[in-house]
Write a protein that binds this ligand. Structure first.
Ligand code: M6R
Length: 368
């Protein structure tokens, strides 16, 4: 049942190329238009949307953070992302022209469910991104985009996350198509790039031994930091969450630009800092990231940098370089998070923890 792997989580990490491909399947009409099966909201309804609020918890929340970059960039519609547990307690401004997007792998998370119920009382439209057919959240939503990850058994979400990202990109492109904020061939180009992602993810998986060796060197670490910018920031947060959940280690993710506003005080000799470097071509972002890496290294940190293949500028400041396939910045989370999943899975295994059933956690959290 684990296909020769020691943990469901490791199996599920390796299923990601497939899960991403399946989640992209059948989304294009013969005319080359993007088509979403259970969209159910009419083009007219979608055109009237003037604000999007994404609500989710945990890893799904980080998928929502990535979605915000894609939605605002491609559709020019304001988009907020909020933790489901905070949402309804602040009396959010919701109208019939607000689209609330609930992201939930299980479809049963109580915080997220209560948040959509609240949104519906305010007559907002609700769209669910969900991996579990017929679960409560999609049943109570106006529209659904199902991810096709297959059942996710490991408590730590992996293929659930990657397929949520795919669904978020598809939603953003679909809105851009309906609203006319992108041309057909621009949408086609991104879809082509998405279809290349399973191969890219496979290449990252093929390099897993490097990450396993790295994990071996860090079994004695007491704390690990993660840095990212733009779409790499939620990846940093997700890398940290995986380590907390599985290795019970203190781990924190930061937006790299925030370092100098406080967190840099945490840096001490040999502290591991994993840095998600934006791809080349986004040079403003990348250069700022590089200077952040220089800063922490000058203070003794051990810098482990995830960088695009062929990017040599980081090499002088990196103790370890993990190479990522060349992909656009908005899609980079699909490849950048994979080494972080492998790292947490391996480190927890080496520390003797139960990776599939971490202490104190449940797969779906059905209490608020
Ligand atoms: O089923 P959901 O996507 O609604 O679950 C949300 C979180 O509980 C979940 O992502 C949690 O953070 C995972 N254990 C992360 O690995």
């Amino acid at each position: 049942e684990k296909d020769g792997h020691d943990w469901f989580m490791r199996k599920e990490i390796h299923e990601q190329p497939h899960a991403v491909a399946d989640s992209l399947l059948g989304r294009r009409t013969p005319e080359g238009l993007l088509h979403l099966d259970e969209m159910r909201l009419t083009d007219q309804e979608l055109r009237s949307i003037d604000k999007i609020i994404i609500i989710a918890c945990g890893t799904s929340f980080y998928a929502g953070m990535v979605a915000k970059y894609a939605i605002e960039h491609w559709t020019r519609t304001p988009c907020e992302v909020e933790l489901a547990s905070e949402f309804r307690y602040r009396d959010p401004i919701l109208t019939p022209s607000t689209l609330v997007v609930a992201i939930s792998q299980s479809g049963e998370t109580a915080d997220t469910l209560q948040a959509i119920r609240h949104a519906r009382t305010q007559h907002s439209r609700v769209l669910a991104i969900c991996n579990t057919n017929g679960s409560t959240i999609p049943r109570e939503s106006d529209a659904v985009i199902y991810t096709h990850a297959g059942p996710e058994i490991g408590v730590a979400s992996t293929k659930g996350f990657l397929t949520q990202l795919v669904a978020c990109y598809l939603l953003a492109l679909y809105l851009a198509q309906v609203k006319g904020t992108l041309y057909g061939d621009e949408i086609g180009n991104v879809l082509d790039q998405l279809h290349e992602m399973p191969d890219h993810i496979q290449r990252v998986l093929d390099g897993e031994q490097q990450v396993y060796d790295l994990a071996k060197e860090h079994t004695g670490s007491r704390s690990v930091l993660f840095l990212g910018r733009h779409a790499g920031y939620p990846v940093a947060l997700e890398g940290a969450l995986k380590l907390k959940e599985l290795a019970y280690l203190h781990a924190e993710g930061f937006a790299a630009g925030e370092l100098k506003h406080g967190p840099i005080a945490l840096i001490e000799q040999d502290l591991p800092v994993l840095c998600v470097v934006p791809p080349q071509g986004r040079d403003q972002l990348r250069e700022k990231m590089i200077s952040g890496i220089q800063e922490v290294r000058a203070r003794g940190a051990r810098t482990i940098c995830l960088v695009e293949d062929g990017d040599e500028a980081i090499a002088p400041y990196a103790d370890v370089l993990i190479r990522l396939p060349k992909v656009p910045v908005l899609l980079q989370p699909l490849v950048a998070v994979v080494p972080l999943q492998l790292f947490a899975c391996e480190l927890a295994t080496l520390m003797g923890h139960d990776v599939d059933q971490p202490r104190n956690l449940a797969k779906s959290v059905t209490v608020e």
